[in-house]
Ligand binder design. Sequence first.
Ligand code: SF4
Length: 460
Amino acid sequence: MCGIIGIYQKDKKSETASRLAVLGLFAAQHRGQESCGIAYFDGEKLQLIKQMGLVKEVFHEEVLKQIPSHVAIGHVRYPTKGSSDIRNAQPHILYNLSGPMFALASNGDIVNYKELREELEAKDVFFESQNDGELILKYIAYFHEKQGLSIVDSIKNVMQHFNGSYSTLLLVKDQLYAFRDPHGNRPFIFGELDDGTYVFASESCCLDIIRAQFKKEVSPCEIIHVNEKGMESIQLNPDEFRSRKHTAHCIFELIYFSRPDSIVYDNAVYAFREKLGEKLAKKEDIISDVVMPVPDSSNFIALGYAKELGMDFSLGLIRNHYVGRTFIAPEQTIRDENVSQKFNALPGYLEGKKVTLIDDSIVRGTTLRKIVKMVRRHGAKEIHVRIGSPMVKYSCYYGIDTPTMEELIANQKTVEDIATFLHADSLRYLTVPELKSLINDEKDFCFACFDGNYPIHLKE
Ligand code: SF4
């Protein structure tokens, strides 16, 4: 999971595209906190700024003053493939004989990365990183520069040969291309500002922060080309490019990854999460004194659960917002330290209470176990854990850094054993059919981490 943004201003004198891109990245910070960057056209050539760290740390006012442009793309990285290293940060930029010619930012994961990289290496293409974005960029550039394909045909070539997930923005000097993989696995939207500025982004919260209006999703297999003449959409037939014949939006975007104030795959994320909570509540037979979420990603699930049962929603746990998301910290050591730094319970509030604790999912179970321990230490007499998604039994290969199957607790243990591991008095999940019943077009979604049915080929 990463976040991307692209800005194209029709009025070249506006020169605020980079600033708008940085603001959009700030709204997408939850999608990746390891590194961030923008590539922009300065009137003569492409420029690149990228660093490890958060958007507000990297793009302070002194930097923002120096990056006038009418077209820019940006990226926040959450590492899946490749080490925690500036070489794997995006955007990637590529020179040809006339200077910096291409820049690319992508969200997703390429399943057949190794085979495609070896194919290019055999043609003397050199790689600096282990990052999927660099592979997409060099594949396009190779077929454009060495084989004479147009940029659009080079992108079609990517769609023909790449298995996986890629919502992608490409700059070819000052021309912007946006394209999305045939399965539409990661979210990707298009919006416009009142002055006609075009905006592409991972989520609608990135549009809101710059006051752009949501227009549409970039469709699976759509290539959008923007230049000074305007915007052109080339819609290819996804069925001709798919390894399996259906769209495969990641359901976890709605459960956990995306911000609750975003609209993703035409769903208001907060409302979807409330429905998860309602569904959990419908099968409840243990009524507690307190319903509380593991903040913040479970807040709306707990709200929906509490509403359905006519109970009050309580915030018994407080989250320190200056610590990153536990799940996306790249190293186990950092993850472990983060848990106790990240949450605290209200003093005296849980004393003697029967508590229902709501979480969005369980991956390894180590974080939740520590939270249960903390709630009990603060005096709760019973703790009933409810999970707003099914058991995560299978790893993700499409852009989410889930651990190996052996490390997934639900792959190894039964519900009862997991409850014991957590020291919870009871534990319940949503089932896969219950989750699917909340989706209008269930055939257009990926549920692979729950049911093991991978919709995009996994062959390396
Ligand atoms: S396997 Fe899970 S996390 Fe990965 S794309 Fe599918 S639903 Fe999303």
